[in-house]
Design a protein around this ligand. Structure first.
Ligand SMILES: [Zn+2]
Length: 160
């Protein structure tokens, strides 16, 4: 059964545009505007890593969503976006089926087939991504800790 992965270019571009906007200006209002503007973005949190302070925060994290983290301002600013995944998989039996592939946003045309990667998991509730801190300046990295939270159901059962 061929399972293919697709990416919605429209939804992906919304993320790119959001980051471009944030590169220019980060205010409480601009962050809120972006959350309201892009339907696939549930929430945005901007953290000043140097001063360990939340600069702006808007929206509400949704269930069945993923987090993506980006670093602006030479790694000093963390942008955490809670979004509906723009990558999804579909079962394709005949090539005709590919024409009917549709993103949750309604987009049908701007859909791109992607090469399947084994490392990719669609259910990130059990496999939370941890931000890559290796690009951060050492002074910032020292102050940044990424906690690993394991959900109850995923914790190893105790041996009896
Ligand atoms: Zn979409």
């Amino acid at each position: 059964m061929p399972l293919y992965e697709f990416e919605c270019i429209k939804c992906r571009n919304n993320i790119d545009k959001t980051l471009k906007e944030l590169e220019k200006k980060i205010t409480k209002k601009s962050v809120l505007d972006l959350v309201n503007k892009y339907e696939n973005i549930n929430a945005i949190e901007v953290v000043d890593l140097v001063n360990n302070k939340i600069v702006a925060k808007a929206g509400k994290n949704a269930k069945e969503a993923i987090f993506m983290d980006f670093y602006l301002n030479e790694g000093n600013t963390l942008v955490l976006i809670n979004l509906r995944n723009y990558r999804f998989s579909e079962l394709i039996y005949v090539s005709e089926d590919e024409k009917n592939v549709k993103c949750a946003c309604g987009e049908k045309k701007n859909i791109e087939k992607v090469i399947s990667t084994f490392s990719f998991t669609s259910d990130l509730s059990t496999d939370m991504p941890t931000p890559d801190l290796s690009n951060l300046p050492p002074s910032v990295r020292a102050q940044t800790s990424v906690g690993e939270y394991i959900e109850e159901k995923d914790r190893p059962k105790k041996n009896r």
